[in-house]
Structure formats: C-alpha cells, structure tokens
Design a protein around this ligand. Structure first.
Ligand code: BG6
Length: 517
C-alpha cells in the first residue's frame, strides 16, 4: 500500500459548440455611480467597465456618470481613474486606446447626496447625454455607498423624476438600481432595507450584488452539476459523507477596521457569500436557467437550513479572533468581533438528511483558499489486504476550487504500478487557466453586464436575503447574549483555533489542510 498522494493533470478540451445562453448585447444606457470617488469605484467598478470596453462587451453607446462630493474637474477625475485602473486592472499595461474610449464615455456631477442642486445637475446632464449620445433614457443607478445613504439618494432621485417604478418586465426606457452588501445587519434591518428600496423600485428593477455570484468558478458549480450526468446520481446522502466549504483569507482587516469591527465574519462572509455557495451546491435542479427558476431553488435551500439557536450555538459554531486584531486601526481594544468562524450546518431535505455542511471562514489564516470539498463516503469493505493498510485508502474527494488556482480536482484511489497489489491516493486536476487558455474575468464585469442586460440570475433576491438572515440572526443573538465567554484567539498565519478542529473531530472528520496542494 502507498499513502503518497500523486497529482496528474487532465487534458481538457473546450468542445466547440453553441454557448448554452447566447446573450444579446445590452441596450444603450447611462450608468450613474453614486460614490464615484470611493474605494469600490476605483478598485472594482471602473477597472471592470474598462475591461468590458476592451472586450467590446459594453452597450454602444454607454455613458458612465459619477456622482460624488469630489470637487475635481472631470478631466482630473479621469486622470486619477486611469491611474487607479492601471493599478487594479487584471490586464496590464493599460490599453491606451481602449482607456480613451472609456474615458470619453465618463462624466461627473459634483455634489453631496443631500444636495438638491446635485440632482438638478444630474437630471440636466442625463437629458443632454440622451440627446447627444443616444442612451435612450435607459438608466442604471449604482449605489456604491454605505447603506445609510440609500434613503436620501433614492428619495432625491424620485423627487427629481429620475426614478421610475414599474413591474412590467422589459419596460422601456428601463430604470434599475444596484445595491451592494451589507443588505442589513440582521433579519429586522434587512427587512427594513428591503421595504425601503421596494418603495422606490419593483423587485425586478433591484439588483443586489453579492460579488461571489459573479465569480466564474461559482457560476460553474451549476454548470458542473447540471451539465454532467455522472455526478448527479452521486450528489446526495447515499454517497456523500459531508461537504466542506471554506473561505480562508491570508489578509487581515486591512484599512477596514472600523467597518469590520461592527460587522464580523458571520455578517461579512457567511450570511452572503458562503450561504450562496452552499445553496448552489445543495439546490435541486431548476426548471431552467432563468433568474427566478434558479433563485427559487436557492431560496428553498435557505428555508431548509436547520436553525441553530440558543445553546446549540456553542456546540455547532466556533468563533475566534486573530491575535493582534484588537490593535488594528479602528478596532476597539476590547473588541469581541470574530474574525473567524467554523460551523456545522444541516440541510433538512430528503437529499441531504444527515449530511453535515461544514463552513469555515476567516482572516489572517495560513493562506488564501476558497473552495468546496465534496467528501464521498468511505468504501464499505476493503479488499486490498490488512486492515491497517486499508486505512491508507482515503475516501474520494471532489474539490471545486473557487480561488486561487481556480479549477476542479478529484482525489481517488489507484493502483501503484508494480507486481504487488499496492494502492495510493491520486489527484486528478483541472485548472481553468490551462484548460481554457484565457484569463478569468472579474466578478464585477459579469455582474455589471448582466444588470445592463436585465438578467438577475446572479443577483440576490429579496426573499433569499431575508431567509439567509433568518438563519444567521439567532447565532448573532446568542453571541450577543453571551458576553462573558472569552473569544478564542488564533495565531496569524495559522489554520485557525483548535476549537474548530474539535468541532469537526466530534464527527470524526477533519478540515482540509489549508497548506495542502
Ligand atoms: C467581501 C468582504 O465581501 O469579500 C471582505 O467584505 C472580503 O472582507 C472579500 O475580503 C473577499 O472577496 P474575494 O473576492 O477576495 O474572495
């Protein structure tokens, strides 16, 4: 017997054929970004729009209009955005011609969100853009601001006749609003936020961004599950022992200490990103890939999550803080905000009864690693020799690597060549970079273009957001009620606290080693 894992690649062919969905180019529109000089705009939105321009995917014509307090001229702003795009773009160096085309579509209205005159100026500018560039009155408002600015922005947009509410699908000119997480802090505040936005826009006009859903590898979960008939028969309690979902980050809270300290890992990553990934892994096949068919199935999973509340929280959920967190800028020296969580989640459906989903997320861990591991059941009886040798044979694991080294691998048992019956665990590995020989686009590129096309499949729906909070809120409440217990600390650069190992060891499982290839 051999316990040495070996790795080999597979040849992957991008089989020519029609794409499953042949998306039409989006109609011309004006994209208005509130919070134009903020971090999200600089780091993510403008680079994403620039890439879409390079790829020729943006609607033609398009106008991008920033709104913010910045007093700079539009040319100064363009120059600053060019610099930051050069810094944050996934394609370097910047393609000057493509940038110039993008910059020509960029405009700016200076003013505060409370300021009437800013909306009057915006209204005039948009009317001019419609006339001169042909954007046909189509509008997307991107609220790249903290949520406390939403009410005043929405109210002012409506007051200045810049916002129309309609439930008619395909109505033109269209009017859409994009909002960013956090969608509330708990169930009550999420409901209040949804209620507020619903006063101004119909659900079909609201695009809630969870950037994880825009990641190629997250989208591939559904393609992998429902584009291959060989996995679906195994995708249930009969063959799967447990599922592990991890979002490990090596970075700390960086410059976001103040925000993070009032948020914590459960709100920051689990309520949205990890539960979305869990839903994609656990959901039933949708009737079609249409937005509401997919989202209906996801919401069913959120509704099936077995509640964890009261005393169960301490046995099923581990929270911890990295050592040194309390000394970070903007963080309270007595902070009890967790930067790490590990939890056991049960999905009460026929398919998943008895199969634990172990979730783990944290900052300042050994390395960045976001992935889903499907651990299949061990073989029922080993034929290969002595018992202790059979223990070398590990159950098969299918890993969907979301980032980095995006790809899929399957660990299984194979015969070691030779004249003995000797077996080893091997890893068959596919990476997107090698298989498709093209760079993976950024989540925001896909999400922006989908919103322009009016496709809400990859956006969170109101009921989904509220159901996810319904599951998370009792855990937060139990933590708030327990302010006596010491929060475990873990070393920066480690795999997390020992309490998390104990949590999973109770079920005779162990976390995938964060350092393992
Ligand atoms: C954000 C969180 O939503 O996701 C951050 O607020 C986190 O704290 C980030 O670092 C992780 O996203 P990604 O795409 O880098 O995995």
């Amino acid at each position: 017997m051999s316990d040495a894992s070996s790795t080999f690649g597979v040849e992957v062919r991008d089989i020519p054929g029609l794409p499953i969905t042949n998306e039409p180019k989006a109609d011309p529109c004006a994209l208005v970004i509130f919070g134009a000089s903020g971090d999200l705009t600089r780091r993510k939105l403008i680079p994403a729009l620039y890439h879409l321009m390079v790829d020729g995917s943006l609607p033609d014509p398009i106008a991008v209009v920033g709104v913010g307090r910045d007093k700079s001229s539009v040319d100064e702003l363009r120059a600053r955005l060019r610099e930051s795009t050069g810094q944050f773009s996934r394609r370097r160096p910047l393609d000057g011609q493509a940038w110039d085309r993008f910059a020509a579509s960029f405009d700016f209205v200076s003013g505060s969100f409370e300021d009437d005159s800013a909306y009057l100026a915006l209204r005039e500018r948009l009317a001019l853009i419609d006339r001169t560039r042909g954007t046909r009155g189509n509008r997307i408002y991107y609220l790249a601001t903290p949520p406390d600015a939403f009410p005043v922005i929405l109210q002012n947009l409506r007051q200045h006749a810049l916002l129309t509410k309609t439930s008619a699908p395909g109505a033109t000119p269209f009017c859409r609003v994009i909002i960013e997480k956090p969608f509330g802090r708990d169930l009550a505040s999420a409901q209040a936020l949804n209620e507020l936005v619903a006063n101004y826009q119909d659900e079909g006009q609201i695009f809630r961004i969870d950037h994880y859903l825009g990641k190629e590898t997250v989208q591939n979960i559904l393609v992998f599950r429902f584009g291959n008939s060989i996995f679906e028969p195994l995708w249930n309690r009969k063959y799967i022992d447990h599922v592990e979902i991890v979002a490990a980050e090596s970075i700390g809270v960086e410059k976001r200490g103040r925000f993070y300290d009032t948020t914590g890992v459960l709100r920051d990553i689990v309520q949205n990103h990890l539960l979305q990934v869990l839903a994609l892994c656990a959901m039933e096949p949708p009737t079609s890939f249409a937005a509401d068919d997919v989202r209906d199935q996801k919401v069913r999973i959120f509704r099936s999550l077995r509640p964890i509340s009261g005393e169960d929280v301490s046995t099923q959920v581990v929270r911890a803080q990295y050592r040194g967190y309390r000394q970070e800028d903007g963080v309270s020296p007595r902070s009890r905000t967790p930067t790490y969580v590990a939890m056991k989640v049960m999905v009460d459906t026929w398919r998943w009864q008895g199969v634990p989903f172990y979730l783990r997320a944290g900052k300042r861990l050994a390395r960045q690693r976001t992935e889903v591991s499907i651990h299949f059941q061990p073989i029922p009886h080993c034929l290969f020799g002595r018992d202790e040798a059979c223990q070398v044979v590990q159950p098969s694991v299918l890993t969907l690597r979301i980032q980095p080294q995006e790809g899929i691998s399957l660990r299984f048992v194979a015969k070691v060549p030779g004249d003995q019956l000797s077996v080893g665990n091997v890893l068959m590995n596919m990476t997107y970079a090698e298989a498709f020989k093209k760079p993976i686009s950024e989540a925001y590129e896909r999400l922006l273009i989908d919103c322009m096309r009016g496709d809400a499949t990859l956006f969170a729906r109101r009921d989904g957001v509220e159901q996810a909070w319904k599951f998370i809120t009792p855990i937060l409440e139990a933590w708030d009620a327990d302010n006596g217990t010491e929060i475990p600390q873990y070393e920066g650069g480690s795999a997390g606290p020992k309490e998390a190992d104990e949590l999973i060891a109770k079920d005779r499982c162990r976390w995938t080693d964060l350092g393992e290839g």
